[in-house]
Design a protein around this ligand. Structure first.
Ligand code: EPZ
Length: 452
């Protein structure tokens, strides 16, 4: 159940037009903040967005004695780790369920303090999201893990040593776990089947600035030679390619035209190809990318999500809303998360025709094909969308509901909008700046959500 301040009224049917700016990537910035824990000097991180995931990590760092203050330019954080100390377990536990980033504190805390406590994790409900790879990795480095009711207690009685690791799947978080642990571990670490997302490359850049020795081969192999000591860094975070694609999808679904200042072609090439196949138009300049609907019908496509350089799973949900407006049958095969298509049932309530399947449709067989998960979709369009009562299920699904509500005729009540603050900076001001008709309901006028 959501509270009144967590509901947004969206009056749809108006194209989004204008300019917004994206800042540092949500999936890099909190990790670069954790990396500062490894240094013996202060670090400066620039282009930091004001989103909840950043606030959670800031709070956790401060509990461990890291001083976090604002730098000279807007969006700059100065992180001073010179007085890292053990934090009170109850204080850390207050952050339980808030994010998935705390798992990445393990390596740095084991190096700094010899022990770590990690509370229950949060993050989006888009699949089981296990952390078995993370713990396997940490054990390989020499950590011991004691799982208790309140969380995980880790120790490294004999320090952490480099090792050979092959990930069962190119997991982003597990690759980051290896990087953040290996840089100060004794000896060489060789990681195969690593994730190579642009945010990981940027984290490697951060660590290299601190003094780490890391090389990336072309075949998903990363080699890290441990060093004795790391310094601080000064770094400007790469822009958020996931947020940029969300606004691009909003432009397409609402027949609008949005200039996304900060968007970069290099990290969005796969998205841009797909956007063009669907019939969207874009124009790239040095400062950003303009996305628009050029008029006429949109094209149905076959889409398969994958690890980088494939089509990023976080791009899928917003683009599916635009696919409800394409002519014909689109096929979407989600291969990264087993349950990332559940959000489509609300789109159907609004008038979309989306059917989910357990089979791997339209492309290669994936890990989920034999496991009974509804992870493929057929989207039949175009369909007119009508306003509805919507309850946000997860971050990207939530933004997709906003897009659908903006593209729909009539008014939607979107419940649980606070979840969007986890990853979209200032999204309500941005929407208003693009001409969206949105309002927070009056306290005495809001009925309870229709969907639990
Ligand atoms: C990161 O999650 C991102 N989150 C996700 O973004 C993103 O969707 C994902 O990477 C893939 O790009 C952050 O960076 C905070 P994974 P992460 O480990 O690291 C399985 C968004 O909306 N797996 O690459 O948690 C897992 O279940 C969010 O911005 C295990 O089985 O993702 C999934 O199927 C959502 N065991 C697959 O690997 C493990 O121990 C990929 O997960 C770890 C992962």
């Amino acid at each position: 159940m959501t509270d009144i301040a967590d509901v947004l009224l969206v009056h749809g049917g108006t194209p989004l037009e204008g300019e917004i700016r994206v800042r540092g990537a949500k999936n890099l910035v909190p990790k670069a903040m954790v990396a500062a824990l490894l240094g013996s000097e202060p670090s400066r991180l620039r282009n930091v967005p004001d989103i909840r995931d950043v606030r959670v990590v800031r709070g956790l760092l401060q509990l461990h004695g890291v001083t976090v203050s604002s730098g000279e330019e807007p969006g700059e954080l100065v992180l001073d780790p010179t007085r890292v100390e053990s934090a009170n377990v109850a204080d850390i536990d207050a952050h339980a369920g808030s994010s998935r980033i705390p798992i990445l504190f393990c390596g740095p805390l084991l190096h700094r303090l010899g022990h770590a406590f990690i509370p229950g994790l949060g993050g989006c409900d888009i699949g089981g999201r296990p952390i078995d790879f993370h713990f396997d990795v940490l054990r390989r480095f020499g950590a011991t893990i004691d799982k208790r009711a309140d969380g995980q207690y880790l120790e490294a009685p004999r320090g952490l040593r480099g090792c050979k690791i092959q990930l069962p799947y190119p997991s982003v978080g597990s690759t980051e776990q290896v990087l953040l642990t290996a840089v100060l571990a004794e000896g060489v670490t060789e990681l195969t089947n690593a994730a190579v997302e642009p945010e990981i490359e940027d984290l490697i850049c951060v660590l290299q600035k601190m003094g780490a020795i890391i090389s990336m081969d072309t075949d998903r192999t990363i080699r890290i030679t441990g060093v004795d000591k790391l310094g601080g860094y000064t770094h400007r975070a790469i822009p958020d390619r996931l947020e940029a694609a969300s606004w691009a999808s909003a432009a397409l679904a609402t027949e609008g035209n949005i200039y996304v200042r900060g968007a970069q072609q290099r990290s969005m090439m796969t998205f841009l190809n797909t956007f063009r196949k669907v019939g969207g138009a874009f124009e790239i300049d040095d400062q950003g990318i303009r996305f628009w609907h050029p008029g006429g019908p949109l094209n149905a496509i076959a889409l398969e999500t994958d690890v980088h350089p494939g089509f990023q799973t976080d791009w899928q949900q917003p683009l599916v809303v635009a696919l409800t407006q394409a002519s014909g049958l689109s096929i979407v095969h989600e291969t990264v998360y087993e349950s990332r298509l559940g959000f489509t049932s609300a789109l159907n309530q609004m008038g979309a025709h989306i059917q989910l399947y357990r089979e791997c449709l339209g492309g290669s067989a994936c890990r989920f094909g034999q496991r009974n998960f509804l992870h493929s979709a057929v989207v039949s369009g175009p369909t007119k969308l009508q306003g509805a009562d919507l309850v946000i299920p997860d971050l990207r699904g939530g933004f997709s509901y906003l897009i659908a509500a903006l593209a729909a005729q009539g008014t939607s009540r979107v419940h649980g909008i606070d979840l969007i603050n986890r990853g979209y900076e200032n999204f309500m001001d941005k929407l208003e700046g693009l001409g969206a008709h949105i309002e927070l309901p009056r306290k005495d006028a809001e009925p309870a959500p229709a969907v639990a």
